[in-house]
Design a protein around this ligand. Structure first.
Ligand SMILES: Nc1ncnc2c1ncn2[C@@H]1O[C@H](COP(=O)(O)OP(=O)(O)OP(=O)(O)O)[C@@H](O)[C@H]1O
Ligand SMILES: [Mg+2]
Length: 369
């Protein structure tokens, strides 16, 4: 899969942009605050219809404008010529078109083009809340599995409704019927989501450990595991364990009016050399681990979609030492089309074969040479 052309209108600091992309490696060089990350954000948005910086859609609209438009042509995961257009306007929201035909659900967009972004924000994967790690897993799986995204959206709706029922119960204790109807869909959907996540983590953990070992020159051993909010013996018994966990949580849930167990409370445990990376790792180690996880995500998507996703590397030279960066950059050509940003041209070093360089300045992109 690849992106051949990208056009932007009123996106972040780009009034208008039309860019012909290198099908292999694109390097964007520019000073701070010129629009390098904004450009990667636009490419990511075209694939996933959301910001990789967790920004609100309205903040992506160029200040003073009332809408933005991102358009891209290229080749889809299935090898077809494809044109994707995403328009957002404040009153009407987001509209997605694939080959000019409107798509109602985001799940219809996922998997046509896929992207993995590696950026300074990845430190959230290690240092942030469990929600950041769940989001990572959910986006990785959704990009390759539309049914997962639908199940996840439905599950979230069930959790919201069940929480409302818990609040109603607190106001009128004794009336449990309104509450109990939500247990069966919660358990059914939640168990499906957990099974899928566990299966994917099994894939990701091997790959991430391998990549981490290579980048750290075999000095560090990364271990990743799915950390569920309740214990179960075997994955086949997860429904029963979920029901039992709900029974145990019932008194707490009725006080707090929150659904306290289920995949919306699960986490990913990340350890390095046998100890918690969050508690004991250095910044560079956090960054190396997060990068290994993201490259593992790219490998996973490649395997599932049978085509390498777009790899977006934002400022990866910050925080990682030169030796690690060198080993990382040696791996990058093995992936598919890549978009790299840097503030310092010298960071690109010897990595100059078969690349197209662009200069980014004040929301304009020009050839570098
Ligand atoms: N909605 C918006 N409208 C107009 N300008 C915006 C909008 N959002 C962000 N910007 C501008 O975009 C610029 C930041 O762009 P970006 O994050 O892409 O910088 P960068 O080139 O990646 O810089 P750095 O090297 O510091 O990471 C800032 O000058 C900011 O004011
Ligand atoms: Mg940036």
């Amino acid at each position: 899969m690849h992106l051949q052309g990208l056009s932007l209108s009123h996106f972040r600091n780009y009034a208008s942009l039309s860019l012909a992309c290198d099908l292999q490696t694109n390097v964007f060089i520019g000073s701070n605050g010129q629009g390098k990350t904004n450009l990667l954000e636009a490419v990511y948005y075209l694939c996933v219809a959301r910001s990789c910086r967790e920004a609100q859609d309205r903040d992506l609209v160029r200040m003073g404008a009332d809408h933005f438009l991102i358009q891209g042509q290229g080749r889809s995961a299935e090898g077809r010529e494809v044109e994707v257009q995403i328009r957002y306007a404040r009153p009407t929201g987001k509209k997605v078109f694939v080959n000019e035909s409107p798509r109602r659900n985001l799940s219809d967009l996922y998997g046509i083009l896929a992207a993995v972004v590696i950026s300074p924000d990845d430190r959230r994967l290690v240092q942030g809340s469990p929600g950041s790690r769940r989001r990572f897993l959910d986006i990785a799986i959704s990009q390759s599995n539309a049914a997962y995204l639908s199940a996840l959206q439905e599950y979230r709706r069930v959790v919201r409704q069940r929480n409302e029922a818990l609040r109603a119960y607190q106001e009128r204790p004794g009336k449990t019927e309104g509450l109990e109807v939500w247990n069966a869909p919660l358990v059914a959907l939640g168990s499906r989501i957990m099974r899928k996540r566990v299966e994917v983590v099994e894939d990701l953990k091997e790959e991430a450990s391998r990549i981490h070992a290579a980048v750290s020159d075999d000095n560090e051993c990364l271990e990743i595991d799915y950390a569920p909010s309740f214990e179960y013996e075997a994955l086949a018994d997860v429904e029963q364990a979920f029901e039992e966990a709900l029974d145990r949580a019932a008194p707490r849930e009725r006080v707090r009016c929150m659904t306290e167990v289920g995949p919306h409370r699960d986490d990913l445990s990340i350890r390095m050399n046998g100890v918690s990376l969050q508690a004991f790792g250095s910044q560079g180690q956090h960054k190396t681990a997060a990068t290994a996880l993201k490259l593992a995500e790219a490998r996973f998507l490649w395997h599932r979609l049978q085509a390498p996703p777009l790899l977006l590397l934002d400022d990866i030279f910050a925080e990682i030492d030169a030796a690690r960066t060198g080993r990382l950059m040696e791996m990058v050509p093995a992936y598919g089309q890549t978009f790299i940003t840097t503030a310092k041209e010298s960071d690109i070093g010897d990595y100059r074969r078969g690349i197209t360089r662009f200069r980014v300045h004040g929301g304009a992109v020009t050839p570098y040479d």
